[in-house]
Design a protein around this ligand. Sequence first.
Ligand code: FA5
Length: 338
Amino acid sequence: MKEKLNSIEHEALQLINTANDLDVLNQLRVRFLGKKGEITSVLKGMGQLSPEERPVVGAMANELKNRIETVLEDRKVTLEREAKLQRLQKEEIDLTLPGEPVIYGKAHPLTAVFAELKRIFLGMGFDVAEGPEIETDYYNFEALNIPRWHPARDMQDTFFITDEVLLRTHTSPIQVRTMQKGELPIRIIAFGRVYRVDMDATHIPNFRQIEALVIDKGITFANLKETINVMVKGIFGENRKTRLRPSYFPFTEPSAEVDVSCFVCDGVGCRLCKGSGWLEIGGAGMVHPRVLEMSGIDSEEYSGFAFGMGIERIAMLKTGINDIRLIYENDLRFLNQF
Ligand code: FA5
């Protein structure tokens, strides 16, 4: 029996000290110390021993039990420490590594241009007005002094939905809707999508316009010019000059095209401005007396000016983008340059 205990001791210590994980260690505890374990079975056989041998073997068995207990505990502590160490090594954080870059979003060039224009006009005391994109022929054309037979309709190639309903070709119908409300004086900007059958490097079928309308007593062409000056300097910089070129719109008289001095060549003439030194940004004029009268405003008492521009064109001029379609492709590699 003593030999049996000695061989248990030998085997147990060897297995415990080489056990590599906590599960194995548990199995060893059951195997050697459990109720049906090896030491218990030795103790159970003690009845066959002589009365002198019994206490000696009993003491030996208990001592072995305690010894195995202690070795198991030591090994457990060691294994737990090793496991923890391994975990910590795996989770090691190198505080000197560079951080993950934070990617900031930014406004699309069109949004940025509109926000800037809005800021400039709100600063001059304008309100923002809106209108529907699906318009009637009346608001888009008739009430703007463009009857059905008028050749000026060809200037704005139109998407008709029915004979009477269309996709607005400009933001000018918002002028009419605002004037018909009958609240005077008027000082608004209108902004939104407009639609035309148009497609090349500087034209797209669905673009955005911004339009200003001022109606009050004593408004003159000088007010129009100065308002455009303030806007142009605000959006393109203090050094930009403005030029009004005689033009024609059925809803304004007199009418003008608005040009700004080219910021690439500063008016000398280059590829961007096609040698003229000027870039066109929109149309303008004094609101035609007939347009005022059609909307119920006394043209003897009141006068006003209006001007309208393409937002994409302004964004193109500001950023040097030479193809309007690039603005809408929304390729981030492209947009991130602005
Ligand atoms: C008008 O639409 C007039 N309603 C502007 C106006 C308002 C004049 C108030 C007088 C008083 P026009 O058709 O020229 O005008 O268009 C104005 C601007 O819209 C152009 O100068 C250009 O910048 C932009 N534009 C016109 N067509 C397109 C298009 N297909 N794609 C992108 N921008 C365009």
